[in-house]
Design a protein around this ligand. Structure first.
Ligand code: F0G
Length: 454
């Protein structure tokens, strides 16, 4: 390996100003927002790490392709280019465009599941779980035990526990399991990758019982690159070849193109099954649109067609993974507790270990996220007791890195802000809830800090 630093493999043609605010301004903003960062206007944020979804910077090639977008209602050549691009990587027979990932999930579960069914996954993302439960099926998470220990270092913490999968199918009967899913990378489990060996093993179990395997493919390119770096036998393969092998074990997939499609909107659903595809297309027409646009503009299809290929470029993936690891490694070297090892799209701070004086009933994740905003205008998201209530197994703060958006000096700034908060962690107060909605309360909750700062 060359000792030269890894640089951003792009130069910047169009810039978007970001605005620094004063601490007093931020104090006012967060008070008005009920101490909930979802309710702070984004133009008041300096570095926005709320999500890596739909926040990518598009390339000149993507913008150029958008001008080629054909907006015909049916049979658009933009759809043909989109389908060809998807098929050359994913290899599935049917490609059904949707406006984003959760629309693909809703259609998939509506067609494949009925009340009482069980859908295992390494870890369901919250929209996947919600769409599965909405049709009356049970969403079961089967992560490997290593996934539950934040500080433990393991190359493939996104793996599924195959022994528990086999046992679940034997116990409940294959008839109750209409599909098995694997989320690559495992977002809810810390952005951790799944190994090819694990995918193969899961496929083996599915095949034995005649159950189709679906991949939640949102971050497939990042997962492919981790396989290249960490799994024996893959160092010489391209991320594209690795992705192609990964999908060859699947019977279909759901995809949010807002992540590794490098697009601001879009998604798709794939399957190899003709009869399932027909039912999915019928449902698509009802709520998304005709099967050659599925709720997207022709220009969106073009942006995705190009973005999927750019996400597999090796210099891009090298920079992407290095940039996330840079953040994780620098703060962890100073003692900041994070989910180890650094994930593909995000760093997850372990708020319970960061703020041991704040009980989970006082939302340590919220306390930490709010402090990062007050200290340096950084927005992150709590994934813990506010989001999941008393079912929360951990209190994490996710710092998701938008693709191709921030430079090394932005990331260095984030490191400094986190370290400043870390040094005065004893002074950070817990929070009380003052308003909550009946479901998905984290989006609209209002809170209040406890007592006066020391
Ligand atoms: N699956 C995974 C693993 C996801 O991370 C997401 C979205 C979806 C499905 C749903 O896709 O948003 O296009 O409908 N994750 C975003 C996030 C929202 O911030 O992690 P969508």
């Amino acid at each position: 390996m060359s000792k030269r630093p890894i640089i951003e493999p792009f130069r910047i043609k169009s810039v978007e100003p970001i605005r620094a605010s004063t601490r007093e301004e931020r104090q006012k903003l967060i008070e008005t927002a009920g101490y909930n960062l979802f309710l702070v206007p984004s133009d008041a944020i300096l570095i926005d790490l709320l999500t890596d979804s739909g926040t990518s910077a598009m390339s000149t090639e993507q913008w150029a392709a958008m001008m080629r977008g054909d907006e015909s209602y049916a049979g658009s050549p933009s759809f043909a280019r989109f389908r060809n691009s998807v098929q050359s990587i994913f290899g599935f027979k049917h490609v059904i465009p949707t406006h984003q990932g959760r629309a693909a999930e809703r259609i998939l579960f509506s067609v494949m599941c009925k009340r009482g069914d069980i859908v295992p996954n390494n870890t369901h993302f919250d929209t996947t779980r919600a769409n599965c439960e909405f049709v009356g099926a049970q969403a079961v998470d089967l992560p490997v035990p290593e996934a539950k220990q934040p500080s433990l270092n393991h190359p493939f913490k996104g793996n599924m526990d195959t022994a528990r999968l086999a046992e679940l199918i034997e116990r409940e009967g294959a008839k109750r399991v209409p599909l098995v899913m694997l989320t690559v990378t495992n977002n809810s489990g810390g952005g951790q990758p799944v190994s090819m060996a694990n995918i193969r093993a899961v496929k083996g179990i599915c095949k034995k019982h005649g159950i189709p395997l679906y991949i939640d493919a949102c971050r497939f390119a990042e997962n492919a690159y981790f396989i290249k770096l960490r799994e024996p036998g893959y160092a010489r393969k391209t991320p594209r070849e690795i992705a192609q092998e990964l999908f060859s074990y699947g019977d279909g997939c759901t995809m949010s193109a807002k992540k590794d499609g490098l697009a601001n909107i879009g998604g798709f659903l794939c399957t190899n099954d003709d009869s399932i595809a027909q039912q999915e297309k019928d449902l698509l027409i009802l709520t998304e649109g005709f099967p050659t646009y599925g709720g997207l503009a022709g220009r969106d299809l073009e942006a995705i067609a190009v973005g999927l290929n750019e996400a597999l470029e090796e210099d891009y993936l090298q920079y992407r993974i290095a940039s996330t690891a840079f953040l994780g490694n620098h703060i962890s070297a100073e003692g900041v507790p994070i989910v180890q090892p650094p994930g593909g799209h995000a760093i997850y701070l372990d708020a319970r270990a960061f703020l041991p004086h704040i009980p989970t009933s006082q939302f340590p994740g919220v306390a930490l996220a709010n402090e990062l905003f007050l200290e340096g205008g950084i927005r992150s998201v709590e994934i813990g007791s506010l989001m999941f209530g008393e079912h929360a197994q951990m209190d994490l703060v996710r710092l998701a890195i938008p693709r191709r958006v921030y430079t090394q000096s932005h990331i260095e700034y984030v490191v400094e802000v986190i370290l400043d908060v870390w040094r005065r962690r004893d002074t950070i107060p817990g929070y009380d809830l003052v308003h909550q909605a009946a479901f998905l309360r984290h989006f609209t909750a209002r809170l209040k800090p406890r007592g006066i700062r020391a």
